[in-house]
Design a binder for this molecule. Structure first.
Ligand code: CA
Length: 229
């Protein structure tokens, strides 16, 4: 999922942008102060920045200039004034696109998508990355269906893998054995909820250091199981 940082002091505009982007499946963070925004942009990994020009702290011009010294992530500049856009263009600060307020949120989303696609082509990561879940010493590669426990690859049966992955990607959620059975085994399969208990036991033997004191899959007595993070 692509992560986008909005640096914008008009919170109603920032929230509007965020809503539209989230509806399109993006993960969005907002920072209202320019200096904190720049710091966040530099210290975390975002796939695109949306930056207002007039900001408290560091303004959009300065954010653009300083960010470009460090990273090539696409930047879309938002400005209240057409003149400022001409100015930033003239300064060659490395923004990839410009929009003037008020703008259409759907057009903004379209531009975000276009810049992300262009940037991905540019960095040319031809093959998509595997989807990996990492929790403490446990690493699950969902794409390759492989599991490592404290760095050591460990074999899991299909159902063990499915059950472990399902729990790990829904952490801190308590599931009953019935729910897990329905989720992992299809309706026609023979067996009952005791199957879940047996599989949990086998998974624990593979991933837990001490099965009597599990650090990953916790038993919630009388209810079911929960993956702890
Ligand atoms: Ca502003």
């Amino acid at each position: 999922m692509s992560r986008i940082l909005i640096i914008e002091d008009e919170i109603s505009i920032a929230e509007l942008e965020k809503d539209y982007l989230e509806l399109s499946g993006f993960e969005v963070a907002i920072e209202e102060d320019g200096s904190r925004g720049l710091e966040k942009a530099l210290s975390e990994d975002f796939d695109l920045l949306i930056v207002d020009l007039m900001l408290p702290g560091t303004d959009g011009f300065e954010i653009c200039r300083r960010f470009r010294e460090a990273k090539n992530t696409p930047i879309i500049i938002i400005s209240a004034k057409k003149d400022d856009i001409d100015k930033i263009r003239g300064l060659g600060l490395g923004a990839d696109d410009y929009m003037t307020k008020p703008f259409s949120p759907s057009e903004m989303v379209a531009r975000v998508k276009a810049h992300l696609a262009r940037y991905e082509r540019l960095i040319g990561s031809g093959t998509p990355e595997n989807e990996v879940i990492e929790i403490r010493g446990l690493k699950i590669d969902k794409t390759a269906r492989r599991v490592w426990v404290n760095g050591e690859e460990t074999a899991f049966t299909t159902k063990e893998f499915d059950l472990l992955t399902f729990l790990a990607q829904n952490p801190n959620h308590v599931y009953t054995k019935e729910e897990l059975f329905r989720e992992i085994w299809d309706m026609e399969s023979v067996g009952d909820i005791a199957t879940v208990t047996v599989h949990i036991k086998k998974i624990r033997e593979k991933i837990e250091f001490n099965t009597a004191k599990p650090q990953y899959i916790e038993t919630i007595w009388g209810v079911g199981y929960r993956f702890k993070v």
